[in-house]
Design a protein around this ligand. Structure first.
Ligand code: AHR
Length: 355
């Protein structure tokens, strides 16, 4: 925190100097990602970039950002990591990155290391919602600001963090449910008994909990829709495939697959094809994330809908860190603006997808 205050003073001094003379921009060049904890220190550069470093002559690389990422379980997660790494580096800050490999104990260890290392900001995407009270208290005691990225915790109140940046997962589940009901009606199947299997995300994670409840919020008003089997596929393509294989063996009639992310939907598509069925026709498939491969599957007629959940949070993170350093209070929540894609618009959007 002391470094933040010092940085604010440097910013203020630099701004007044800038009024009398010129200013200097500091940016970084991107470094390749790898597993475990890595530190990337900024180097001066003068090319244009997406994530604005403070144009004030202060030494941006003195600002150390600790980012505890969940893992690399999906295309979404990889795109999220890349977006944040690139933006932090472009802004000129020093990044300490830790990949927790989907384990809460690894994340807790990384957070404690960030405290020991005296980072200036902790950016953190909690793998599950519960079990963070102790370590969050330690971070708060150390007066290190927390920015929650993508996922929230179940700790009551919002005093313990500066801002939450990410998607409204309940709304995503509701969008998936509404799309399905409207699609079935348009197909003339609105009154049929519809049997749904669900591939859930990581047990106890915010997106798994919320996408499940959002979807059910819509289905509860449609008695002919029934979720007949629901199991976690851990947000991975491999587990999506194996769980779908077992659904296909154990469930008599499957009309619809609702997958909490596209990676699991894509794995399930492989299982459906291997079972001699036509994905997208024999089984209607709804996913979440809107990754490029889901667009390709929709264009190929093998998937029907994906609800967008944008991982490109890097520039917004930099904006928030800059505001924090300038002493501003952040809005507690910024929702990402997102769309929904199906056969009506996927082909047109496909060339624009960056993840
Ligand atoms: O928290 C966001 C979710 O995490 C994405 O939907 C999923 O693909 C990722 O692993």
């Amino acid at each position: 925190m002391k470094k933040l205050l010092a940085f604010v003073l440097v910013m203020a001094l630099s701004l007044s100097l800038a009024a009398c003379g010129g200013t200097e921009t500091t940016t970084t060049t991107a470094a390749p990602a790898d597993d475990g904890t890595t530190t990337t220190t900024a180097a001066p550069a003068d090319d244009g970039d997406e994530s604005e470093a403070p144009d004030n002559g202060g030494d941006a690389s003195d600002i150390v950002v600790g980012f505890s990422q969940i893992g690399a379980e999906s295309d979404w997660r990889v795109a999220n990591t890349n977006s944040i790494k690139r933006s932090v580096e472009e802004a000129g800050f020093t990044l300490i990155f830790d990949d927790a490999q989907q384990k809460q104990e690894n994340q807790i260890k990384a957070l404690r290391n960030f405290i020991t290392q005296g980072v200036d900001v902790i950016a953190f995407s909690p793998v599950v919602e519960s079990g963070w009270d102790e370590v969050i208290e330690e971070i708060n005691d150390a007066e290190i600001p927390i920015i929650l990225i993508d996922r929230a915790t179940d700790i009551e109140g919002d005093d313990y963090y500066e801002t939450f940046m990410g998607s409204d997962f309940v709304e995503e589940g509701e969008k998936a449910g509404n799309w399905l009901v409207e699609f079935m009606e348009a197909e003339g199947r609105g009154d049929e008994d519809i049997k749904i299997v669900e591939l859930e995300g990581t047990v106890g994670s915010a997106p798994a909990n919320d996408r499940a409840s959002g979807f059910r919020n819509i289905l509860k008003d449609h008695a002919n829709y029934e979720i007949v089997a629901s199991q976690t596929g851990n947000f991975t393509r491999a587990e999506g495939q194996t769980v779908m294989e077992s659904f296909l063996k154990s469930v008599d009639k499957i009309d619809v697959l609702y997958a909490h992310n596209d990676d699991m939907a894509l794995g399930a598509i492989d299982a459906i094809k291997a079972a001699g069925l036509k994905p997208g026709e024999d089984i209607i498939i709804v996913g979440v994330d809107a990754v490029k491969k889901a667009f390709e599957a929709i264009v190929a007629g093998e998937m029907n809908c994906t609800v967008e959940c944008s991982p490109l949070l890097g520039p917004q993170l930099i904006d928030n860190i800059n505001k924090l350093m300038a002493g501003e209070t952040l809005d507690k929540r910024t929702n990402t603006i997102e769309s929904l894609y199906d056969a009506s618009n996927a082909e047109q959007e496909l060339p624009n997808r960056v993840y």
